[in-house]
Ligand binder design. Structure first.
Ligand code: XLS
Ligand code: NI
Ligand code: NI
Length: 439
C-alpha cells in the first residue's frame, strides 16, 4: 500500500534540474564546513500541519484531500495515518519528525482511555521508526485545543487544569522517551492573558515555573535526557503570551532557576509577530547560550497572524543559517518545518512541493552562509568596525580597568572623539547579494 504512488524518493539532481520532484540544492551527503548537509539541517516534518491540517479557516471548513484518512477520530484511523506519515518522511529524505500527543492519537472518554490511545498509536510509530530509520526530533503536549484549557494550562486560574496538564505532560514525556525523542518542547499554547483585570500575572508565572520544574524532575526520574525547549511567541491565541520573545524567555528561565535545563526553539513567524527578525531572535538566543532548535516557516508580512508558510526566501534562509553557524550549530535541535500548505493547495502532492521548496531554500541558504563565512569579508568588516575596542581606552573599558573618573580625565586631555566611520549598510546589502548570485 502506498499513499503517494506517483512520488519517488526525492533525489538531488542539482541546480539545473527542471524536475519539481527533485532537490536542486539539498544534497544530504555534501560536506560543508566539515559536516554533511544532513547533519547541519537535521530536517524535521511536523505531524500536526502535515497530517492533521485540513485547511479549515474561520470562514469555511477544510478543503484538503487526504484519501488515506477516513476523517474519524478512531485509533485505527490514527494508526493508518501514521504509516502514511512515514511514507512521506521517507520519500522526502527527512531524518526527523515531531508531534503533539493529540495529533498522533485521539482523545478518549477520560484520561485513562486517552493515555491508552496514545500508547496504541505509539506502537505503530515505534515500529515505523525502526523500519525507516526516521527519528523523533521532539514531542510536545497539546494543552490548548480542548476547552478545559480555555484559561491556559499551567497558568490556568483553575488548579485542576494544572493537575490535568501535569498528567498529560508526564505521559507525553514517557512516550517521547520511548520513541527516542531528542528534545521535548513547550510552546505556551494559552499560557498568557486576554486582559489584566482578571489576571494575577505573578501567580500565573510562578505556577508556570513550578510546572517546568516538575517536568525537569520527572524527566530525571525516568531517565529522559533530551533537551527541554521553550518556543517564544508574543501573541495568538492570547493577546499576550508569557513566552513572548527570546529575551523574555531567557529572563523567565533565569528568574526561576530553569536556565540550565531549557533552551529555546525559535520560530520565524513568531519572531516577526514579536516585531523582530528571525536573525535577531537567533542571535539573541545564541549569545545567551539558549539556541536549541528552530521552527522553520515564514509569515506573510501583509498579514498580522501566524500564517506558518513554507520558507522559500534566500535572504531569510541565509540569515538563519549564518546565525546558526555563528553560534556553533543547532545541537540536538533541527530545522523543523512548522509550516502548512495553503487552503487552496489541497492536493497531497502539494505537501511534497512545499517541503521540497523549504528544504532546498535552506540548503541554498546554508551554502550561501558558508560562502560568506569562507571569504571572511563580512566578519572582517564587523571586526574592523569595533577596532577601537581592541586597544587604548576601549580595551581598558572592556577589561574593567577604568571608571567614569578615568574616562573624564581621558576625554579632557583628548578634547574630542576620533572621527566616526560609515556603517556601510547599502554596501553590505549589495555584498550579500554577491554571494547569493555566486552560489
Ligand atoms: C504555534 C506553535 C506550535 C508549536 C508546537 O504557533 O508554533 O505549532 O510549534 O506546539
Ligand atoms: Ni512552532
Ligand atoms: Ni507557530
Amino acid at each position: 500500500m502506498t499513499a503517494f504512488p506517483d512520488v519517488p524518493v526525492i533525489q538531488y539532481e542539482g541546480p539545473q534540474s527542471d524536475n519539481p520532484l527533485a532537490f536542486r540544492w539539498y544534497n544530504p551527503d555534501e560536506v560543508i564546513e566539515g559536516k554533511t548537509m544532513k547533519d547541519h539541517m537535521r530536517f524535521s516534518i511536523v505531524y500536526w500541519h502535515t497530517f492533521r491540517g485540513t485547511g479549515a479557516d474561520p470562514f469555511g471548513p477544510g478543503t484538503a484531500v487526504r484519501p488515506w484518512d477516513d476523517g474519524s477520530e478512531s485509533v485505527e484511523n490514527a494508526q493508518k495515518r501514521a504509516v502514511v506519515a512515514f511514507e512521506l518522511f521517507t520519500k522526502l529524505q527527512a531524518p526527523y519528525y515531531a508531534w503533539h500527543d493529540r495529533d498522533v492519537a485521539p482523545e478518549g472518554a477520560n484520561l485513562r482511555e486517552t493515555h491508552a490511545n496514545l500508547d496504541a498509536v505509539a506502537d505503530v510509530l515505534e515500529e515505523q521508526q525502526k523500519a525507516t530509520g526516521v527519528k523523533l526530533l521532539w514531542g510536545t503536549a497539546n494543552m490548548f485545543s480542548n476547552p478545559r484549557f480555555m484559561h491556559g494550562a499551567a497558568t490556568s486560574c483553575n488548579a485542576d487544569v494544572f493537575a490535568y496538564a501535569g498528567a498529560q505532560v508526564k505521559k507525553a514525556l514517557e512516550v517521547t522517551k520511548r520513541l527516542g525523542g531528542e528534545n521535548y518542547v513547550f510552546w505556551g499554547g494559552r499560557e498568557g492573558y486576554q486582559n489584566l483585570y482578571n489576571t494575577d500575572m505573578k501567580r500565573e508565572l510562578d505556577h508556570l515555573a513550578k510546572f517546568f520544574h516538575m517536568a525537569v524532575d520527572y524527566a530525571k526520574s525516568i531517565g529522559f535526557d533530551g533537551q527541554f525547549l521553550i518556543e517564544p511567541k508574543p501573541k495568538e491565541p492570547t493577546k499576550h503570551q508569557y513566552d513572548s520573545d527570546a529575551a523574555a524567555c531567557m529572563n523567565f528561565l533565569r528568574a526561576y532557576d530553569l536556565d540550565s535545563h531549557f533552551k529555546l526553539n525559535i520560530e520565524t513567524n513568531h519572531a516577526t509577530l514579536a516585531g523582530h527578525t528571525m536573525m535577531h531572535e537567533l542571535d539573541y538566543a545564541g549569545m545567551q547560550g539558549g539556541l536549541g532548535s528552530i521552527d522553520a516557516n515564514t509569515g506573510d508580512l501583509l498579514l498580522g497572524w501566524d500564517t506558518d508558510q513554507f520558507p522559500t526566501d534566500y535572504y531569510l534562509t541565509t540569515q538563519t543559517m549564518l546565525m546558526i553557524m555563528k553560534h556553533g550549530g543547532i545541537g540536538t535541535g533541527g530545522v523543523n518545518f512548522d509550516a502548512k500548505v495553503r487552503r487552496e493547495s489541497f492536493e497531497p502532492i502539494d505537501l511534497f512541493h512545499a517541503h521540497i521548496g523549504g528544504m532546498d531554500a535552506f540548503a541554498k541558504g546554508l551554502k550561501i552562509a558558508a560562502a560568506i563565512r569562507a571569504s571572511g569579508e563580512l566578519a572582517d568588516f564587523v571586526k574592523n568596525r569595533y577596532s577601537t575596542w581592541d586597544s587604548g581606552i576601549g580595551a581598558k573599558i572592556e577589561a574593567g580597568e577604568v571608571g567614569f573618573a578615568e574616562l573624564e580625565a581621558y576625554m579632557l586631555e583628548k578634547g574630542e572623539v576620533d572621527a566616526n566611520q560609515s556603517g556601510r549598510q547599502e554596501y553590505l546589502e549589495h555584498m550579500i547579494n554577491k554571494y547569493i548570485d555566486r552560489v
